[in-house]
Design a protein around this ligand. Structure first.
Ligand code: TYD
Length: 167
């Protein structure tokens, strides 16, 4: 079954100059990239993305991590991958959440680490299931950022919208 999944190359992945390596590993899945953009991650976006972990003791540090505060890289590369069993294929190649437990040849096993504060800096995010993928893709992308109609859309007319355009 064709699926879509959200992938983030996190600030540690960018800082360690791993983008090329990670994309190469992901290309083993033979999935299609149907959206990609650099995103400056606000605290609000980070907290919404990780809202299921709000009560965890590491939550505050996790927000600092994903917003780039820990790595002086205030951005992530957000992408949507699409194709047959995309969620499982990407999770498999990404590896377990804890880099020490991850398969050593997975992306997290190869490139992740645990900080002295106990945060898993695991260089990549990948959606866990279809429900999470839908929530996350809708959070990180607008319909026009994605080259396929993944979910139902509606057209609205906006008036007096402030927007930057090239001069
Ligand atoms: P989670 O959503 O449980 O895992 P995954 O990213 O594999 O879907 O956790 C989100 C992120 O929070 C995880 O990628 C790294 C961080 N994290 C920790 O730092 N320590 C932990 O004990 C857990 C569970 C997660």
């Amino acid at each position: 079954m064709n699926q879509q999944t959200l992938i983030l190359i996190k600030p540690d992945g960018l800082k360690k100059s791993l983008t090329g390596n990670i994309l190469t590993r992901l290309s083993e899945t033979k999935l299609e990239i149907i959206a990609a953009k650099m995103v400056k991650v606000s605290k609000e976006l980070a907290e919404e993305h990780y809202k299921h972990l709000r009560d965890k003791p590491f939550f505050e540090e996790l927000i600092k991590y994903i917003t780039g505060e820990l790595h002086d890289r205030k951005k992530v590369l957000a992408m949507v991958y699409w194709g047959e069993d995309a969620i499982t294929k990407v999770r498999e190649i990404a590896g377990a959440t804890n880099p020490e437990e991850a398969n050593p040849v997975s992306i997290r096993g190869q490139y992740g680490r645990i900080t002295t504060k106990g945060i898993y800096e695991n260089v990549i995010h990948a959606s866990t299931n279809e429900e999470d993928a839908e929530r996350e893709i809708k959070l990180w992308f607008s319909p026009e950022d994605i080259i396929m109609d993944l979910y139902p859309v509606k057209v609205i007319i906006l008036e007096k919208v402030q927007k930057k355009i090239w001069v």
